[in-house]
Design a protein around this ligand. Sequence first.
Ligand code: NAD
Length: 273
Amino acid sequence: MSETQQAGWLQGDVALITGGGSGIGRAVAERFLAEGAHVAVFGRNQEKLDAVVAESGHPERMLAVAGDVRSSEDLHRAVGATVDRFGRLDIAVPNAGIWDFNRSLTRLSGGELAAAFDELFSINVKGYLLTAEAVWRELVKTRGCMVMTLSNASFHTAGGGPVYTASKFAARGLVNQLAYELAPKVRVNGVAVGGMNTDLRGPAAIGLRERSIADSFARSTVTGNNPLIPLHDSSVDPVDFTGPYVLLASRANSGNITGQTLQADGGIAVRGF
Ligand code: NAD
């Protein structure tokens, strides 16, 4: 095998991933490392992030920065720390998010709905926008890119309640609008992942902060709703969803792709729901 073939698709690139302490964010961090990148993980819990670095096998190519995606100051601090440590930023993955555990309109009072909306949108939508604001200047310098984590709920019903679904449609809007605004120097794309067995939590405002989607996977026996992946199959590992992130992050392999969202959800659209 030649040297070029041995090099990873992200060799020498530097990435910053929000929500990189668990779930798909962590899986993408580990995959990016395997593709030759340096990776900064950002999230609320320093201990969790430190464990990701320690267990990565490449701590010298990783950085952990604690903060909240609702804070522009925290995000700018993370970008500064990443560039100080690794010299540049090529890839940003806005990914930190929470879910509404399918809480439907008719199961929420007006007060609960308002509180759930404010908390969830401030993380899932404002958090993505603030991340984009914190990273774009560095990405312009490197002709880099953003790859946002979207969801089957960015396209279809029943991937959440109205609050989550609206937030993920909104994030899809950000992909398109930011791709338009930041061209030609920065590409912006999304990966709409389907249900995965992660630690995805809910809004504290409606008592769902301590609940994890992993509990739903553990409880449910529902299977067969999806052409490729049985819903609530506890073997649905985020690792299996990382390929599209690598593809869209790679200049060599998708240098002329922007404003696209790749649906990696096991083929939900084929079933039409
Ligand atoms: P996860 O909880 O394992 O990962 C999310 C991470 O974001 C956590 O580490 C959490 O601590 C962090 N986070 C949450 N709020 C934050 C904040 N305010 N500031 C900083 N960090 C914060 O769950 P996951 O499933 O890996 O979720 C990642 C993304 O995937 C989310 O955007 C989610 O909507 C999306 N997604 C998940 C699924 C699924 O079934 N798990 C399906 C579709 C889309």
